[in-house]
Design a protein around this ligand. Sequence first.
Ligand code: NAP
Length: 472
Amino acid sequence: MKKSFFIGGEWVEGTAHAPLYAPYSGEVIAEIPLADAETVNTAIAKAEAARIEMRQMPAHQRGAILNKIADIIARRSEEAAKIIALEAGKPIKTARGEVARTIQTYRFAAEEAKRIHGEVIPLDAAPGGEGRLAYTVREPLGVIGAITPFNFPMNLVAHKVGPALAAGNTVVLKPASQTPLSSFFLAEVAEEAGVPAGALNVVTGGGATVGDQLVLDPRVKAITFTGSPAVGIGIRNRAGLKRVTLELGSNSAVIIDRDANLEEAVARSVFGAFAYSGQVCISVQRIYVVDEVYEAFVDALVTEAAKLRGGDPLSEDADYSAMITPKETERTLNWIHEAQEHGAEVLLGGQADGRVLQPTILTGVPAHAKVSCQEVFGPVVLVNRVSSVEEAIGYVNDSKFGLQAGVYTNNLSLALKAAEELHVGGVMINDIPTFRVDQMPYGGVKESGMGREGVKYAIEELTEMKLIVIKK
Ligand code: NAP
């Protein structure tokens, strides 16, 4: 019940603890240690001390360790899914999907560990460059501070720890206060997999204290952060010259053209809007449907979404469950009410059963309502009528965010136009913005962040290029 920090390869007891509550039942499920400044300092010192060992470890060995991590998680996969379901309130079916993806992420990291390389530069292309051999290598940065959110407590940690270790770095991981158990689980796995002592350290405690210390300590060479735009922007402002990767939020949109495969678009939109109660950075929040198919799309969307079942995340029947905290349920309800005050109509949901907010579909939402222009991060989707894909592109771009966007169309010219004009990190043609597999480059523009994850791309963020020139 009482958990410990994982520092320098050892389980270290904390002096102060905070209760961890399950989002659905409200029961205390663990006592989580709260790190003070000295504890964070020790974790950074241990990571710093392990830096040389990791840097010198051959690529095949780093790959083997990462594969071992994947093997152990695969062996303990049901236990892992239950941890996620319990601490994050994620339906067990969805949690199993996250575990499967986590295993893949570590496998990709194992593979990428073996292909980190530079290039030969033809210096003689410049007058005065003759007679020299030049090549680049990619070197690990050293200690990486990884700060992660609650919504994918295993796979988003894997997207930081996997690439960091693959590149020969060491890590101090600060998981979200609501979902630390997944990271303690990872620490057990890492210990068994043979990760060197100090190469992975897990410290828990408040974001504003532990997180801030990682951001400000000069021994930490990079911060890789996934979370809300407000916190991400604050980190960037304080990080100075430290490398910073920010994976932030969005109000992602999908456009449905007149020739779209409606059945598929509806099924995918229901998944994209309501999986894990919309607490997904690329959740479908706005749907723009071309006039001719608007009625048919909305009717089918409401019919299909109404089939989803809420309940205990550990139940095999639950499609959705409690939001992460009662406060978040309250906030989302307030935003729905605000949209109604601006003339929006609720076609489905709009109410909470205790901590569980029903999947909610709105129409007639003006662009300035919070559920449209801010990140809802809840089970709410709005559907608006447009006259053309071109008009919809304008609405999608009229956002301070830009993570991913989707366009259902079989018109090649419109697909290419959308691909060109949508100002986002990734455009999905004939799919929802929620599509992600773990090796693809992933990240946003505008307030959705900077830098890219997806193992190979995260490795680029977490290594430094060095040039070597040899005069013959
Ligand atoms: P959050 O409140 O921003 O927290 C994220 C992490 O930052 C937590 O570990 C948090 O610690 C820590 N933190 C809080 N204040 C901090 C500070 N001042 N300095 C340093 N660290 C600090 O986000 P969340 O509610 O967990 O996650 C939801 C957000 O993440 C959404 O906006 C979502 O879109 C975004 N997200 C983005 C992606 C992506 O890949 N683009 C993926 C998933 C989620 P505590 O928990 O202790 O406060």
